[in-house]
Design a protein around this ligand. Sequence first.
Ligand SMILES: Cc1ncc(COP(=O)(O)O)c(C=O)c1O
Length: 398
Amino acid sequence: MDYSKLITRNMPAAVTTPEAAAADTDYVFSVTYTDPDTMPTAGIAEAVRIAMINEGQDLARYPPPLGHPGLREYIADSLRTNRGADVPVDQIFLSAGAGGAIGTVLEAFLDPGDTVLVEEFSYLGTLSMFLSRRANVVHVRTDDEGMDTDALEASIRDLVRRGIQPKMIYTISVYQNPMGVTLSADRRRRMIEISQKYGVPIFENESYADFRIDGDPLPPAMLGTDDQDSVIYTSAYTKLLGCGLRLGFGVVPEPMLATMKALRFGTSPSHLAAQAVYGFLRDHGDSHIEAVSESLKVKRDAMLAALGEHFPPSCEWTSPQGGMIIWGRLPEGTDTWAALDAAVEAGVKYNPGPVFRADRTGHNYIRLTYSYHNPNEIRDGIEKLAGVFEREGLFENA
Ligand SMILES: Cc1ncc(COP(=O)(O)O)c(C=O)c1O
């Protein structure tokens, strides 16, 4: 069969990533995997057993259009209690991870050439979705308080002056991926004002809200403080319970509901996974979140200590208060993308800064994740990585 003439001419645009990123390595500091040391395998097994006894017959049919009603009730409760957002259950839909919800939302909004605003560096998965849909991605300056809302307004004003109406402000507002920062309460208020003033919705991704380790409590989600349907929201249980479970959710304003329902048709996540996640979270959710936080604290501290021991003062990195990511800056002129081959050769993987930028700049930045390995492995892996960077000359200005 000659498929070359049959395949659509409308393929997504290619997005370049470093080839070495796909290699198998002993040390994986490149993915925010679920912490395997606190994975509740026995608890999930029990939840599946109980679900099959009580609701197993439900699997004969397709799931309800928006997903498992019990889990959606649980999500509504936890958004109210933990994120200050009181949303109707029928505006919550389940998805295959946060990625599934993001894909559906982008499908609803983006035509080729549309413009979106994102943080200075932004999660490579969503960025790839933007780029493959041929969106024009505008990065906005970001500091310790998250996206700089003055810079955001200036960018939007400039776009509007040029006749361009941006489609959305996409923000990872807690423990941002990859920069680790949380959007401050003041900037949340400003972002909502800007969104309403210019008619640009906010797409708020709180995938890391369950992973507070220490430091200040999180400000409430923008989802709960906006009164004009300006915020679309996503989060997931993938990082908390298992990336392989593929269970996330989205919350859409009422005016978007019919569109989302139409786009979601036939793409709901596994109902068995939803039943199990619901049963487990209802009985053990709070204590599990605490156990994960304690484990991540030890792992974060192990990585910070190893960086302090093996990386020189010419490098800087964040001390995150939550999430699973350390964001580092190497001396000007160095190239973490080019050095990835040598690191992979030595058995260590990380993400080079440019994968978080539409223009593939930021070569002297690096993202390291600490959720997957135990503290001893983290120490060994960081020591190995430092050896590679030393040999490749990344510790000095290039
Ligand atoms: C900010 C952010 N959003 C979405 C995702 C995708 O997550 P999921 O596995 O829930 O689809 C990730 C995964 O790393 C992420 O960091």
